[in-house]
Design a protein around this ligand. Structure first.
Ligand SMILES: *[C@@H]1O[C@H](CO)[C@@H](O)[C@H](O)[C@H]1NC(C)=O
Ligand SMILES: *[C@@H]1O[C@H](CO)[C@@H](O)[C@H](O)[C@H]1NC(C)=O
Length: 180
């Protein structure tokens, strides 16, 4: 109650519009707009995983993103990946959930996908919790609007990954490797 009074007080002080003036529809449009910033072309720059074989040559998460399109708040990603030496297209859809920044993806088992970037004109960071055959692994993706990203962005991505308790050897900078 105290909190409620406090926030009402703050709302009055700040002269905020009451919440009910915005319909559900307005809010969902707003959310959609936010994700639309993620659309268009991307490049895979750094991959990291708790299980390195998932992101090594021919691993299921060694994928090269081409672009993202956003529809009804769901993210459609178009990738290339290598199977038996051949580059094949891979189309994945991460479906929105009730939580902002959290998506569900069916690929190599199931995945909880979290989007974690604040600069969609520069880079996007996705953290996947992959559930496959009773095993849980993390896969972290750093995508860039350009094929190369600054050392500063890459370093921060690496530090975040290592802070989660994973080894530096499990981070692969693939900006220099053949992207199919
Ligand atoms: C690591 O990934 C490989 C597939 O590339 C899988 O066969 C193996 O079971 C996984 N290991 C663990 C500990 O998750
Ligand atoms: C995404 O990339 C693929 C492959 O390059 C292309 O066929 C498709 O038209 C692109 N989609 C958009 C929306 O740019």
């Amino acid at each position: 109650m105290k909190l409620l009074l406090l926030s009402m007080g703050l709302a009055l002080v700040c002269g905020l519009q009451p919440e009910y003036s915005r319909s559900e529809e307005d809010l969902s449009d707003e959310k959609e707009q936010k994700w639309v910033q993620l659309s268009r072309h991307w490049h895979t720059v750094v991959l990291a995983s708790s299980n390195r074989s998932l992101i090594e040559e021919e691993g299921p998460f060694r994928y090269f993103i081409q672009n993202i399109t956003v529809q009804h708040g769901n993210l459609h990603g178009y990738f290339l990946t290598r199977k038996n030496g051949q580059c094949i297209p891979l189309s994945l859809t991460a479906f929105k959930t009730k939580e902002a920044h959290h998506f569900k993806l069916n690929y190599y088992g199931t995945n909880d996908v979290y989007y974690e970037s604040s600069k969609p004109n520069e880079y996007a960071k996705f953290i996947l919790y992959n559930y496959h055959d009773g095993k849980v692994n993390i896969v972290a993706n750093l995508f860039g609007r350009t094929p190369y990203l600054s050392n500063e962005i890459k370093k921060k991505f690496e530090e975040d990954f290592i802070r989660r308790g994973f080894r530096k050897e499990n981070i692969l900078d693939i900006s220099e490797v053949d992207h199919c």
